[in-house]
Design a protein around this ligand. Structure first.
Ligand code: UDP
Ligand code: MN
Length: 223
């Protein structure tokens, strides 16, 4: 089978709609397999990507993200599977732990080429922001609507981060020690640099995301 050709232009538009019913969406998209995976049938996908979405109590943002993410990835002809990693109970949120846990579970299911850690509230706006596996860790969410699409700081790699499996293993994943809000993203930035890797980013006009409104999480005292 021929390898898939990557789209060079935008093939569709994302919509911001939190009234989409996820059960209805899954009925309308029987091509999405149970467990939330899909692969192109007419060509051989260039990348097999596990998506990890850390989650608790953010149904509104998830209803916007999931349909759009499925459609974008299918337009990009990515072989993907989406893992929703939900923290149960009411204890302090620990994003690093649930992302690490989902990564380990994903490894038992399929031999993915890379993994994308994806906030539940960031909606990719540009089809040309390709989720194909990167040769170096790639920070995808360069500009975000709530920050008026301006860059924040150079080491910022939170939001959407895609890494090869071997790189993620090399840096020993995320820290398990950041409770509450934030920190784990800056920490993995240092892990990546200390392991001799560097980040790459898509061009600013491509790496654009819309952030769905949500209430602010409690700040982590470390910050
Ligand atoms: N998150 C969640 N529930 C929470 C807090 C965080 O699901 O109560 C997840 C969700 O994927 C979210 C991400 O962690 O997009 C980052 O948290 P948040 O959006 O609050 O941080 P921000 O980057 O907006 O400050
Ligand atoms: Mn957010």
């Amino acid at each position: 089978m021929v390898r898939c050709v990557l789209p060079r232009k935008e093939l569709g538009k994302t919509v911001i709609d939190d009234s989409i019913d996820l059960h209805q969406f899954s009925k309308e998209h029987p091509e999405i397999q149970p467990g939330g995976w899909w692969k192109p049938r007419d060509c051989k996908a260039r990348s097999r990507v596990a998506f990890v979405i850390p989650f608790r109590d953010r149904w509104k943002t998830l209803r916007v993200l999931l349909p759009q993410l499925h459609l974008v990835l299918q337009r990009q002809k990515i072989h993907y599977r989406i893992f929703l990693s939900e923290q149960s109970g009411n204890e302090t949120f620990n994003k690093g732990r649930i992302m690490n846990a989902a990564f380990l579970e994903s490894q038992k299911i399929f031999s993915f080429d890379c993994v994308t850690f994806h906030d539940a509230d960031l909606i990719p706006e540009n089809d040309r922001n390709l989720y194909v596996c990167p040769y170096m860790p790639r920070h995808m969410s360069v500009l975000v609507s709530t920050l008026n699409y301006t860059g924040f700081y150079n080491l910022l790699i939170g939001g959407v981060l895609e890494m090869n499996i071997s790189h993620f293993r090399d840096v020993n994943g995320y820290s398990n020690e950041y409770w509450g809000w934030g920190g784990e993203d800056d920490d993995i930035a240092f892990r990546i640099e200390n392991s001799g890797y560097h980040f790459i980013r898509p061009p600013r006009e491509v790496g654009r995301y819309f952030m769905v409104e949500h209430k602010k999480a409690y700040r982590n005292p470390q910050r």
